[in-house]
Design a protein around this ligand. Sequence first.
Ligand code: MRU
Length: 364
Amino acid sequence: MKIGERHYRTLWLNANERSLDVIDQTALPHALVIRTLDTLEDVAQAIESMVVRGAPLIGVTAAYGIALALLADSSERQLEAAAARLLSTRPTAVNLAWAVARMRAALRDVPASRRAAVAYEHAGLMCEEDVSQNEALGASGAPLIEALWRDRGQNGSVGILTHCNAGWLAGIDWGTALAPVYKAHDAGIAVHVFIDETRPRNQGASLTAFELAAHGVPHTLIADNAGGHLMQQGEIDLCLVGADRVSADGAVCNKIGTYLKALAAHDNGIPFYIGVPSPSIDWSLASGALIPIEERSAREVTHITGLLEDGARAEVALAPAGTQARNPAFDVTPARLVTGFITERGVARDTLELRALFPEKESP
Ligand code: MRU
């Protein structure tokens, strides 16, 4: 998508065609910093520190991590060590395990002399697939927004609440939950996106607000606790969020706070849709209760980072020194609170319809 006049993706191969260039998402929205990742360890640390984040982007970055590892040493032992290192970085988004498994399968029968080349080819393929899948997801979901707009006689804009960042910064391009928003906006449908700030890391305030502004999509940032009130006031027509993992029972694991928005939407009769490309569906996991939930540093809760008036970045304390804090990074929304799943193959209202869209996938 665009930043200014230039089209960007979140990652691309460096001019040397080996290293990976990525947008450093810890520097946004205040600076556009491009980082070059030269080694497997660079990739693993970029995922851990959330220089790259968002389920689809983590998956594709990990695929390139394997290619970088094999460039240094193409042995089978190195492939297994790289897979283990990458799998240790973040536990919740299934795209990571999915990407690593796919790379392993693609490389299984490849002779060592060809492994690195095949790994780059395959990572590149996954990168392009991510773009086309999420663009198709956007096309599947845009008619839902258009229908709401027509229902209101094309007066005013469709109010859409979103949580965290499920836009192009969370994938390679387009994004998941925001792909239908971009498609609708580009087609001339009036939308207004209400963005949850998304404490503690504030991906809504720093990333979603950044990318919607860059693309010219009207939006308003709200405190995390304001969504229920705006729903009661009739300002929200639709909730659209992404998913780090959908289990076979249709439970949706996404950024912490998603569940509370789903409850409020249910209470107010507001449709609650999930933008979910197929790599984020974990058909092998029977229940959402089994999804591993990442616990991050308590410091993300007790402190906050931002820009001072003099332009310097600073971290400041919010809580009394020594306050104990917990930081579960994701929660699970049960399928009964979900109106539908927007995928690259269409919209499914429940798990039966979801399964019918992907008949080739195995049951748990
Ligand atoms: O911790 P993050 O920033 O990686 O979490 C991202 C989200 O929760 C997104 O909503 C999710 O990855 C799905 S959208 C691509």
